[in-house]
Design a binder for this molecule. Structure first.
Ligand SMILES: *Cc1c(COP(=O)(O)O)cnc(C)c1O
Length: 385
């Protein structure tokens, strides 16, 4: 069913199609061409990262991270249960034992106070997920990781161009991963990136990404032939996609400003409902600079949420929720997890609702969404936006 106001809509802001034409006419459509290099350089400079490599998705960047960390059977990985499956699968497919911990009720991010008690001598990696583009408490997480010699892999799929204490998300841990999927802030259909400031990781990530070969070194003239030197797979995206992405990255500030406008309009307009205790609004803690990846509200319970989704649907508006907590999923239950083990995650995942949010969402459309929510609660809207 087509909605009058969809949940997400892919968009173009500038020279996307022109750059794609340039990539194709320029004679290179495979990876690591001119536009891939331009994207990587732009991200390295802007985010102060030593190494950025474009990948086919954030999922593949996370899989590369698991390989870089040398994950094998029985190694333990600590992560939130309230996340997308790829955060878990990347480590699970290499045999890791997953230790899910609960999230904070204010940001829905990994609760750093629960981290230390989850660490054992088998812990190899901690994976903070920056939900909605709002940072996890990275100082505390890094300190605990350093103390126990554990690697920090930031799942910053939703956190591109967001900051924690003046550092860009994805550059604060040992490895960071981004997504450029069409549902994220900066898009190319399917795509991602791996970031690291760690030299050995940077060197090895090039090899893992190029099917286990030293082809990148060969193209730089550092070796005289290229050959199989390590484990690896095919994680290099086409330069056609990089061309699309480069046009988006060039307009990062404009895209972020537009998203901030949408976020602020929702926030201001829905405040009266929060004041009456009917909904909760998202929190951005001090020290965090959001990239305004999404706008969610929290309802009182699951029944209210489902009824609101239906009400919005009847008004032609698609609002969605996620995630089924990974620990209560069929795979999570197979690991021995049960409902009741992570109460904050379970409660929040039943109450969260994401409102339509995309670059081209107009003020009038936001107004209709807000009107429909007020109507659902039988509350009059005082004044205009
Ligand atoms: C979107 C997302 C991913 C996966 O990104 P892809 O580029 O689609 O592989 C991973 N983790 C989180 C938290 C995400 O939101």
């Amino acid at each position: 069913m087509k909605h009058r106001i969809p949940f997400n809509k892919p968009f173009m802001v500038g020279k996307e199609l022109y750059y794609i034409a340039q990539a194709v006419l320029g004679g290179q459509t495979s990876g690591d061409g001119r536009f891939s290099k331009k994207c990587q350089q732009l991200l390295e400079e802007r985010f102060c990262s030593k190494k950025v490599l474009l990948t086919t998705s954030c999922t593949s960047a996370l899989e590369m991270a698991a390989m870089l960390c040398g994950i094998s059977e029985g190694d333990e990985v600590i992560l939130p249960s309230y996340t997308f499956v790829s955060t878990a699968n990347a480590f699970y497919i290499r045999g890791a034992k997953l230790k899910f911990i609960d999230v904070r009720p204010d940001t829905l991010n990994m609760d750093e106070k629960l981290l230390e008690e989850a660490i054992t001598e088998r812990t190899k990696v901690i994976v903070p997920v920056h939900y909605a583009g709002v940072a996890c408490e990275m100082d505390v997480i890094n300190e605990i990781a350093n103390k126990h010699s554990v690697v920090v892999v930031e799942d910053a799929a939703q956190g591109v161009n967001a900051k924690y204490k003046d550092k860009y998300l994805g550059t604060i841990g040992d490895i960071g991963t981004y997504s450029f999927h069409e549902t994220k802030n900066f898009i190319c259909g399917e795509g991602g990136a791996l970031l690291t400031n760690n030299d050995p990781f940077a060197l090895r990530s090039e090899i893992i990404r190029e099917k286990g070969t030293n082809r990148s070194q060969f193209f730089r003239g550092q070796v005289d032939k290229y050959t199989w030197v390590d484990k690896g797979s095919s994680y290099v995206p086409s330069d056609i996609l990089a061309a699309f992405l480069y046009a988006q990255l060039e307009n990062m500030d404009e895209i972020t400003a537009r998203r901030q406008g949408i976020y602020n309009q929702y926030y201001g307009a829905l405040q009266p409902l929060a004041d009456r205790g009917l909904i909760e609004l998202p929190t951005i803690p001090d020290g965090c600079e959001s990239n305004y990846h999404m706008f969610y509200i929290l309802l009182g319970d699951n029944d209210t949420r489902m009824a609101l989704i239906d009400h919005l649907k009847r008004n032609g508006i698609l609002a969605v929720f996620h995630y089924v907590p990974l620990h209560t999923s069929p795979v999570g239950q197979g690991m021995g997890y049960q409902s009741g083990m992570l109460p904050v995650t379970e409660s929040l995942s039943e109450r969260v609702l994401r409102l339509p949010f995309y670059y081209e969402l107009s003020e009038a459309e936001i107004c209709s969404v807000v009107d429909a929510i007020f109507e659902f609660f039988s509350v009059d809207r005082q004044g205009d936006l």
